[in-house]
Design a binder for this molecule. Sequence first.
Ligand code: CO
Length: 389
Amino acid sequence: MPTLDHIGIAVEAPDAVADLYHQLLDVAPYKVEAVKEQGVRTHFISAGPAKLELLEALSADSPVAQHIERRGEGLHHLAFEVTDLRATMARLRDRGFTPLSDAPRAGADGKRIFFLHPKDTRGVLVEFCQSAPVALTPVEVPHASGTLAAYEAGAAEAPPLLLLHGAAGCTQTETLPLMRRLEPHYRVLAVDFTGHGRSSLPEGAFTAERFVADARAVLDHFGVGAAHVFGFSMGGSMALLLAAQHPERVQRLAVHGAHIHWTSARARAMAARLDTDALAARPAMADQLARVHTDWPALFERMRAFVATLPGRASEMAVRAQEVAAPTLVSAVDQDELFPLPSTIELQALLPNSHLALVPGTRHALPQTNLDVLVPLLRSHLREDGKAS
Ligand code: CO
């Protein structure tokens, strides 16, 4: 079912309007983005489940400038998010509505959009939109003998939240959808771990301490003392270690699909998933990995060696987990094909200040996890004001 995504408001003086909503709602715009194709600069304000999109004309001939000339500042359009934008367009055209473009176009906020002519919609301009994958531009953070790719979204004054991806994953392929969903509410930071994604792969074996140092380097780079931390899978284990070793850096913690009880059998199964030769024999997979990671065969080789060390550290990790004082949400899909439910329950039982939440699902991978369930759980756990309860 379509959901109200945002309300567009035409503005002449964006600073004054942003100030008005700051007085009304106590929130500032979390994102400002120019959309050349629409001739506007957009200023997004979080308003619960929906957003306000302040529209500032970039030129006198932009549709927003014409709207303001005819009707003055004020309500411009309603936008509904759908999951099948082209089908929605075809359905509405069949019903006699008039789309204002032949095909969906690029809009703000990483979305494809189209509008309906307001003569068909009783005077209210209606937009339909669908989130599209957007490429992230990393900030290069010098670290050790290489650079880390780090990412930032959301308002600078919002509570900071660091996202940590899983083994052999990266921000772009794993935590980006979560970043987009959380940016209206948090200053969302993310990092590609050493050797992952757009980060460089300097010499030296992978260790948990090295990945924890990556997380701290990114917090340091953005001048963040303490943040909420979310970690997926291996990123969850690193988040737990960060919270145990550097409790002053972690406010509230959330781990999803994390697992610390590594047996030799499970480590062997994981290493098999990182088989470089087998993956290289599948050209489409190899191409995809080459697009995502700086040097994927070297990354996977080092990850295999890293995974082999995990059973030897399982009991130490369990001790570390018991030292985590930060309020922690432990979540997972209920039928994870990689890590069975008892391992999630076992982890939650180790953490002294934690709760368990299950998301219905069968796939470990974060991109295939139902964010409509996970995001509200996270927000409820992290508290929007960033204060512990
Ligand atoms: Co809009």
